[in-house]
Design a protein around this ligand. Structure first.
Ligand SMILES: [Zn+2]
Length: 118
């Protein structure tokens, strides 16, 4: 999943805490969890659109080197598992295709969280 930031030597004292890797990582987690929650809560009729928007959002983070492509795809597909069993036309194949096309479009608009948070 998401890698924890490498531990830093504790000798340096003067660096201000804002934008520390640990905080950025927590922010990334929050963003990812937010998208997963939206996908998991998507109602019938909004499955494809919600999943695509989430994949687009995570695809931007993949392009910004915040997140791995395979991780993003796996997390989205996990969160979308309920769509396959719901009373609608969603199929695993369609979900995979939606995730991939969302990630692909997101890749054209890279997003870095540290710049967002500043
Ligand atoms: Zn569906």
């Amino acid at each position: 999943m998401i890698q924890a930031p490498a531990a830093r030597p504790s000798t340096a004292v003067s660096a201000p805490a804002q934008n520390a890797p640990a905080q950025r990582s927590a922010y990334l987690n929050a963003v990812v969890e937010g998208e997963r929650t939206k996908v998991a809560a998507a109602q019938r009729g909004r499955h494809n659109k919600t999943l695509f928007q989430a994949a687009l959002s995570l695809g931007q983070l993949v392009a910004g080197n915040e997140l791995g492509h395979a991780d993003a795809a796996r997390m989205l597909e996990q969160s979308a598992a309920h769509m396959v069993t719901a009373d609608c036309d969603c199929t695993p194949r369609q979900i995979t295709a939606t995730v991939q096309s969302g990630l692909k479009l997101g890749a054209t608009r890279p997003r870095r969280l540290d710049r967002d948070a500043a």
